[in-house]
Design a protein around this ligand. Structure first.
Ligand code: PHE
Length: 444
């Protein structure tokens, strides 16, 4: 049977940017920036994207597009005896962990979308917003039900396959996401606290730079760009041979960073206008923002739009995480697409129910002092993604032969340029060394 491919060039970009743009940009980036003091974090983040992010994206793209196979098949066909053969399995494992806690947060978004549509938000005290959020996430079944609903929607898209499922939904949702984001940003920029919000976001205070901030920026870059799991490798296996990899990688990184910055522009002016705390952390979107929406003229509509935005961003990311194991089940274990998608969904549903309940009834169940949700989050983002990214860059830069990498980076007949040489240098030296240094300093 002919292997599926994305049908158009726009489809390639929409799907890849859809994978990258997600809760990482709209939920995690603003709170990480807020907690690390604003502008300086953003500069370090952008340096991580340029020096490590783009080289690792290109490595994943080259391995995927060069073989047109799932990650396990790709590694096996390029270097069957390499000790890095474990990377695809680690990717499958990490993708299931991320999918499990990610769909819990996506479930919270569905609940908040429902509450916004039903006009349940009203002007109450700040404490009431915090209590409502805590009450909801510690509930004994509601968060689990929403996570299961979210994974079922994810299943319905994925079983339709690459072109009719993933490409079509990305082509529709990504432009809509940009439109909603622009409308929300314009609204935020008209608020009285806009200037203060923007200067918090863009004026760097270098005294805030610390090792933990650099680790945070690097972890954020990996999570946000969907790196280290072989997720982009899997998508690239559906690219055609004429797709320009470096250009697609640069567009993906640029749009992903743009969306993260826009999410900051959307959130911080409102935070300063209504006298809230920019350092609120993970509850920024679920506690601070609803309170802001309730005070804003037309807040009901802004709130509905905002949670639709978050829903679109999350579903296009979860389909990409799921495709890692689905392509593995289909190609390595000869399963039908329906079966493979069903199996992935079932496994993740079980894990995500446990994660969802780890704020309430399963809260006492901890490993190394972490609840299951936090354990999955920590293990995947801080350990498995950077390790996977480092292994992928080493595989592309050192294990696979040099001609292969050049043939993927350049078009047929093109000779190496200064830019392509710099890129290969970053893949071979800068990315693995930077990841190793940051990773080790994080463990100390
Ligand atoms: N990049 C996605 C986001 O920013 C999350 C993600 C991580 C998606 C890993 C796929 C793989 O939300």
């Amino acid at each position: 049977m002919r292997r599926s491919q994305f049908a158009t060039r726009t489809g390639v970009i929409a799907a890849t940017v859809g994978s990258a743009v997600g809760l990482g940009n709209i939920w995690r980036f603003p709170y990480e920036t807020g907690m690390h003091g604003g502008g300086a974090f953003i500069i370090i983040y952008i340096a991580c994207v340029l020096l490590v992010g783009i080289p690792v994206i290109v490595s994943e793209f080259a391995i995927g597009r060069g073989t047109h196979k799932n990650a396990k098949g790709a590694f096996a066909s390029l270097a069957p005896d390499s000790p890095l053969r474990f990377v695809p399995y680690m990717g499958i494992f990490a993708s299931m962990l991320i999918l499990s806690f990610y769909s819990v947060v996506a479930g919270w978004i569905l609940e908040y979308l429902y509450q916004s549509v039903a006009c349940i938000f009203d002007s109450a005290s700040s404490q009431a917003y915090a209590d409502r959020f805590t009450g909801f996430i510690t509930d004994s079944y509601r968060p689990a039900i929403w996570a299961v609903i979210f994974l079922s929607i994810n299943f319905l898209v994925l079983r339709r396959g690459i072109e009719k499922g993933i490409e079509r939904i990305s082509n529709i949702l990504m432009p809509l996401l940009f439109v909603i984001l622009i409308v929300l940003c314009i609204n935020s920029l008209t608020l009285p606290g806009a200037k203060q919000g923007l200067s918090f976001l863009f004026k760097p205070d270098f005294s805030a730079v610390s090792p933990s901030m650099v680790i945070g920026a690097m972890g954020q870059a990996f999570f946000s760009l969907s790196l280290g799991l072989t997720c982009l490798l899997t998508y690239a296996s559906y690219f055609s041979d004429s797709t320009r990899l470096v250009r697609s990688a640069s567009i993906t990184a640029a749009l992903d960073t743009l969306v993260a910055l826009m999410a900051g522009v959307l959130i911080f002016p409102a935070v300063f206008t209504y006298g809230m705390e920019p350092q609120a952390g993970p509850t920024l979107v679920f506690v601070t923002l609803p309170e802001i929406f309730a005070q804003m003229p037309g807040g009901h509509i802004w709130s509905v739009l905002f949670f639709i935005l978050l829903f679109f961003a999350s579903i296009t990311s979860t389909i990409s995480m799921s495709e890692i194991s689905i392509s593995f089940f289909i190609e390595e274990h000869k399963m039908s697409r329906n079966r493979a998608t069903g199996l992935n969904t079932l496994i993740c549903m079980v894990f995500s129910i446990v994660c969802a309940l780890s704020f309430g009834s399963l809260g006492n169940f901890t490993v190394c002092g972490l609840t299951i949700f936090n354990l999955f989050n920590y293990l995947s983002s801080n350990i498995l993604l950077p390790l996977g990214g480092m292994a992928i860059a080493i595989f592309a830069g050192w294990v696979v032969n040099r001609r292969f990498l050049n043939s993927q980076i350049l078009l047929p007949g093109e000779s190496p340029t200064v830019a392509s040489r710099c890129l290969i240098f970053c893949i071979r030296f800068v990315a693995p060394v930077a990841i190793a240094v940051i990773f080790i300093s994080g463990l100390l």
